[in-house]
Design a protein around this ligand. Structure first.
Ligand SMILES: [Zn+2]
Ligand SMILES: [Zn+2]
Length: 381
């Protein structure tokens, strides 16, 4: 496999770059090497692929964490290739694939050889957008198999069960058999893969070494967490029984939506409807901030629907960092409904005050400009 360049180097950012910095760097580089801008240039094309590959990983908190920890190896061993060592199937592969690999690596490290562990458990935790901002501890109830207290997981009723190694597989948990040309390995039929046999089984767990129990764990969910993030808690999955390592617990975090805020990474958007008069005359409005504080925003006279006002550093917290994104106030001018008689009179008076064509153009340049174009259209200009 060809040597890969460090993803951070590809995007020309530091290893501590924020999500925002990454996005900016990616846009800059992608623009520079885009095939449309460099037709027929193979070097640029290659570079463009590298940039996309790097950003694909670094933009995702979990993939980035895996990359920081294991480097390119985090993505290379799971049969993702198929496209000459590239990341071909990456987008489709999704997180699960990566985490399966991730899990295997961890398992290998723990077990020192063949991975034999209890089952992993998946649970979902729902948190609000505000909780995602501050970070939160959530109790998670899991019904799972735990090591039997009576036999301490040995599965035997005897305190000293002697040699429990399975005679069929000699403790390997698997047997090999010739099948045509191939030597295939399957779980041992005597011990069902545990590598151990129990002669006098424990009455509590009937020899399995595990019993079912409901446990409650406090899961610390970090500030800045995104919807769909999966948190792995090592060793909190199902007990394997007979001295096998427990599996892992995976907590899927679902972040609820808000009626006030929309989140995009570290940035937060808040749509604020303005009265027609506020937009025309200018005003100061008070807006809510995700950290439960309030902020004042000055709306200048002549503000239009769709204009954005940025509140720097008032957005979402960035995972594993003290940085914060920005908040954008998106204003929308609301035309009043159900006018009173007096209000109608005032607006009609306002309309007659519009004055000379020159003044109208100043007051409503878009309106005037549009209808000038319409005139040109009909006159065939
Ligand atoms: Zn037991
Ligand atoms: Zn066996």
């Amino acid at each position: 496999m060809a040597t890969k360049i460090d993803f951070y180097a590809v995007l020309e950012v530091s290893r501590t770059a924020s999500a925002d910095e990454l996005k900016k760097a990616y846009r800059k580089q992608a623009m520079r090497y885009h095939p449309d801008r460099n037709p027929g240039d193979e070097t640029a094309e290659h570079k463009f692929k590298e940039i996309n590959e790097a950003y694909d990983v670094l933009k995702d908190e979990q993939k980035r964490a895996a990359y920081d920890r294991f480097g390119h190896a985090a993505f290379e061993n799971g049969g993702m290739g198929g496209m000459g060592g590239g990341f071909g199937g990456f987008g489709g592969g999704g997180l699960d694939d990566i985490f399966e690999m991730f899990g295997d690596m961890m398992g290998g490290r723990r077990g020192g050889g063949r991975r034999r562990t209890g089952n992993d458990i998946q649970v979902q935790v729902e948190i609000s957008l505000s909780e995602a901002f501050t970070g939160v501890k959530k109790p998670v109830e899991i019904r799972t198999r735990v090591t039997c207290e009576d036999c301490h997981g040995s599965g035997s009723a005897e305190s000293n069960p002697g040699d429990t190694t399975c005679p069929t597989c000699h403790g390997a948990g698997a047997v090999r058999a010739q099948q045509g040309f191939f030597l295939v390995e399957r779980p041992c039929p005597t011990c069902h893969g545990s590598g151990k046999v129990v002669r006098n089984p424990c009455k509590t767990c009937r020899g399995s070494g595990t019993t079912e129990q409901t446990r409650t764990l406090d899961i610390a969910i970090p500030a800045g967490v995104e919807d769909g993030t999966r948190i792995r808690v090592t060793g909190e999955g199902e007990a394997g029984g007979n001295g096998v390592q427990p599996g892992d617990l995976y907590v899927h975090v679902a972040v609820g939506s808000s009626e006030i805020f929309q989140r995009d990474g570290a940035n937060i958007y808040c749509r604020v409807p303005l009265r027609m008069t506020q937009a025309a005359l200018g005003t100061e409005i008070e807006v809510p901030v995700i950290d439960s504080s309030r902020a004042k925003v000055r709306i200048p006279a002549g503000t239009q629907t769709g204009e954005n006002f940025r509140l720097r550093g008032r957005g979402f917290s960035v995972l594993r960092s003290s940085a914060r994104g920005d908040m954008y106030i998106q204003v929308a001018v609301e035309t009043p409904h159900h006018l009173s008689k007096r209000q109608k009179e005032l607006l009609e008076e306002f309309e007659t005050e519009a004055g000379e064509a020159q003044d109208q153009e100043k007051a409503n340049p878009e309106h005037t400009g549009f209808f000038a174009k319409v005139r040109d259209f009909f006159e065939g200009k």
